[in-house]
Design a protein around this ligand. Sequence first.
Ligand code: ADP
Ligand code: MG
Length: 410
Amino acid sequence: MSVAVFPGGWLGLLGGGQLGRMFCMAAQSLGYKVAVLDPADSGPAASVADRHIHGDYDDPRSLSELAALAGAATTEFENVPAAALSFLERAIRVSPGAQSVSIAQDRIQEKSFLAGNGFAVAPHAVLRTQDDAGNADPALCPGIVKSARLGYDGKGQVRVASPAEVAQAWITMGEVPCVLERLVPLAAEVSVVVARTDEGKTSTWAVAENRHRDGILDVSIIPARVSAALADEARAVATGVATKLDYRGVLCVEMFVTKDGRLIVNEIAPRPHNSAHYTIDACVTSQFEQQARVLAGLPLGDPRLREPAVMVNLLGDIWFAEAGGGFAEAGGGFAEGGGGFAEGGAAAREPEWAAVLRHRGAKLHLYGKAEPRRGRKMGHVTCVAPALETAIDTARAIKRDLGIPGADEL
Ligand SMILES: Nc1ncnc2c1ncn2[C@@H]1O[C@H](COP(=O)(O)OP(=O)(O)O)[C@@H](O)[C@H]1O
Ligand SMILES: [Mg+2]
């Protein structure tokens, strides 16, 4: 193994969101300097990066500037144009490679890659034309029409009950290439994040059990409450996917556990994942540190889980919610702390962070986003404890304190 970039050198990052912010912090902690290419004026990653290259992902001047500065570059954003990665690959080390990213960017390619390599996927069909959409297989209903590209957090999806609804959904979607997927009866959703080096060494973290709300990850519970055999199988599937992709870097494999106990691969993300944010506080090596290690050509770190953990996502909704603490004034038309943002008539109010921080084992992460919006990921809390039940109790209490729905469903 050869080290590509030694600590003290520069690493490059495409994308400016929270995943990039946490990558910057982990890389900086190893002694690296990070240059972030982000078209936005400022953002979660740019505000902590050592340099912000302010340009579009497909701007050759910005990409050249990044390649001149950094010995290696990665991405935090799966919709970065694969062409930008290919451009950088001609000059510097890039992980993950453009090829892996382009497969994960497109649900049609993703499904055919997975099925073609023997991984179980949900029954599905590709909808490219009006004809495809008008002649949907009734066996795929009830189902979900998902746009092939650019969907995230449940966006770009329409649930359908019948073939007639499929045709309508395809039009609603803007007549773009889509996948129609049959609804799978879910016992649980799990994910495994895997890191893989140039030499093909792999390492996985514990399996996370994921709960979604309105299509957005709400809570991750680690370790997932599944049998040891199923957990081993999930880790083997993730490692297998990374190997078949000849993947370099950190990859997340989202899976469904069916009611009859089978694993189905839902989708893959060619980057660190929300369901593994807990690794910062609960593991010896976080997913972001691992991303930096693989990028720089350093040995993989120990992924060991030190304590069970529960991660709760903090969406912008709680800036507008009536918290458990009894803020009867919410919606009363004044802004406080949030800098005067309003949504749906309600003024933004900074959540009461002290209520979170006073819980033993609770670690608060805020991404520094200027404007809270409903459905927008603003931060997360990781609750760690020697016993999973204790971490769940803490997560429940924090949900109540902040006015996040679903405390009783945990
Ligand atoms: N075929 C399916 N059967 C049952 N639930 C599904 C199916 N596809 C998606 N879902 C639900 O919708 C969520 C979001 O879908 P996903 O394909 O992961 O898109 P996104 O890119 O928005 O994460 C999943 O985590 C799951 O809860
Ligand atoms: Mg998903």
